[in-house]
Design a protein around this ligand. Structure first.
Ligand SMILES: Cc1cc2nc3c(=O)[nH]c(=O)nc-3n(C[C@H](O)[C@H](O)[C@H](O)COP(=O)(O)OP(=O)(O)OC[C@H]3O[C@@H](n4cnc5c(N)ncnc54)[C@H](O)[C@@H]3O)c2cc1C
Length: 463
């Protein structure tokens, strides 16, 4: 046991400190399997906010880098300890503290797994819409830190729209509480939403207050089979423009459907090039009216088929397979680099066309899936071979896609965050004035630069 490990064990107890190389290996990366970073010097698993504060205070005193981590399901390298130091694993901060029906709010610890929270509120007829597809593992603290979204973003918005208050351990170990159970507040700067999306660079989120909705009384799933990717994108744009708001509207290419079909029964149709998996929710009358509009649009735009899924079990299986599309795709490819470009919804057809042109011109395979309803597409570079030539092509294709997304009025990340994956594009989206302002905010929170260093900003803090 080295000095650091002994000190941490003294602060929070030795059963909460990991230091063996095989344990630390589990913390060297997140779901972006293509970044190999160094092992941390130690990982801690605190069970209370006070323990997190003790660790942070110690790290602050000794200028030791600290990387907060939820489930490590991030797709931007955000939880990777690029400078070593201590990883704070929040998964033992896993208590649902309160579900308040009268106020339609809930209060949870930062390490609560999202799916467990969904189940707990739904058992009470309540609804927490944010639904990153990693929900079976990802933590609510991680969702807040990345401002995560999901298919329901089209109708209900993303994590940031539900967070009303936070408990945060700052880099010097002090504990602050922002916001509260109330759904509005106008008191000074909005630190709750400054922390939301801060990717672990300003503090560790140990508690989260969220607002809840009433569980929609019914849902219905439909599948639209399209002749081409362009046609699917045009249909998405038209559905939004005509005001039929699905709860979820996912864009999938044939490869995705074919892979999903290994896991669902009955199989989804495969006789098209692109597919929309749509869920409507609300009262039966609302659902019928929206389905009618969507069918009219699909008929006018000559979709190949519109299929309603009457079997609830099958619908559930389709959405479950959709959630797992990334791991399913990884059964075929050795590397999948998922981009997170988000454009105004009317520009989805332009983005889809651009991705196809870029794939053809660069000579690389780019899969397309995404939360099309909110303009968030995940063009994914798919590689069976990993070598320098493929890496150069992937880099070229990513740069072209990001550039085109920005030209279309979009953003480089709709939900995954910058982490290390998109650092080089930060100044493509923001001017230097904004970047400098953000860095001054970071400096005010974290004068020694110990909090998740090496993220958002390029190495050395320069941009
Ligand atoms: C199969 C799959 C599907 C996915 N689908 C989606 C999707 O639909 N939508 C979406 O938005 N994302 C998706 N993701 C990405 C990822 O799941 C989300 O970014 C999620 O919010 C990360 O949560 P986590 O607990 O795993 O955080 P981690 O990956 O552990 O961390 C992510 C970032 O948050 C910071 N962080 C984590 N916890 C805290 C905390 N308590 N306090 C402060 N900072 C913290 C970390 O330092 C890091 O910068 C997917 C990932 C996978 C593998």
């Amino acid at each position: 046991m080295n000095g650091l490990v002994k000190d941490l064990a003294r602060l929070i107890g030795d059963s909460k400190v990991l230091f063996q190389p095989e344990d630390l290996l589990a913390y060297a990366n997140d779901a972006t399997h293509y970044f190999r970073t160094q092992l941390p010097d130690a990982a801690v698993l605190p069970t209370s906010t006070e323990e997190v504060a003790r660790v942070m205070s110690y790290a602050h005193q000794h200028h030791i880098p600290v990387t907060p981590r939820g489930a490590g399901s991030g797709l931007s390298g955000g939880a990777t300890p690029v400078k070593g130091g201590i990883v704070v694993d929040t998964k033992r901060l896993n208590r649902i503290l309160e579900i308040d029906r009268a106020n339609m709010t809930a209060s949870v610890e930062g390490g609560v797994v999202l799916q467990n929270f969904h189940r707990a509120v739904e058992e009470r007829g309540l609804f927490y819409p944010p639904d990153p597809q990693s929900m079976s593992v990802c933590t609510i603290g991680g969702n807040v830190a990345t401002r995560a979204g999901g298919p329901r973003g089209v109708k209900y918005g993303t994590t940031g729209n539900y967070v009303t208050g936070l408990e945060v351990v700052l880099p010097d170990g002090s504990i602050i509480k922002t916001g509260g159970k109330f759904v509005k507040q106008s008191v000074g700067y909005d630190l709750t939403h400054l922390m939301t999306g801060s990717e672990g660079t300003l503090g560790i989120i140990t508690g989260v207050n969220v607002r809840l909705l009433t569980l929609p009384p019914s849902t219905r799933t439909m599948v639209v089979v399209c002749e081409t990717l362009d046609q699917a994108a045009e249909i998405v744009s038209e559905i939004i423009a005509r005001g039929a708001v699905p709860a979820m509207m996912e864009f999938l290419i044939k490869l995705a459907i074919t892979v999903m079909n290994n896991y669902v029964d009955p199989p989804l149709p495969t006789d098209g090039e692109a597919f929309l998996l749509i869920e409507m929710d609300g009262t039966p009358a609302q659902i019928e009216s929206d389905i009618k509009t969507i069918k009219e649009i699909c008929n006018e735009m000559k979709a190949r088929e519109v299929r309603e899924v009457d079997d609830e079990r099958a619908a559930k299986a389709y959405w479950n397979a959709r959630s797992n599309i990334y791991p399913l795709i990884m059964t075929i490819f050795n590397r999948a680099i998922s981009e997170d470009i988000t454009v105004p919804r009317s520009r989805i057809p332009d983005l889809v066309r651009a991705v196809q042109e870029i794939a053809a011109s660069v000579g690389i395979m780019i899969g397309l899936a995404g939360h099309a309803g909110d303009g968030n597409m995940h063009p994914t570079i798919l590689q069976t071979e990993i070598n320098d030539e493929m890496a150069a092509k992937a880099k070229q294709a990513i740069e072209l896609m990001v550039r085109r997304g920005l030209e279309l009025g979009g953003t480089i990340s709709g939900e995954h965050g910058i982490g290390i994956h998109k650092q080089e594009f930060l100044d493509w989206e923001f001017d230097q004035v904004q970047i400098d302002l953000m860095k001054r905010i970071k400096q005010a929170f974290d004068p020694y630069g110990i909090m998740n260093p090496g993220k958002i900003w390029l190495e050395g803090g320069e941009q």
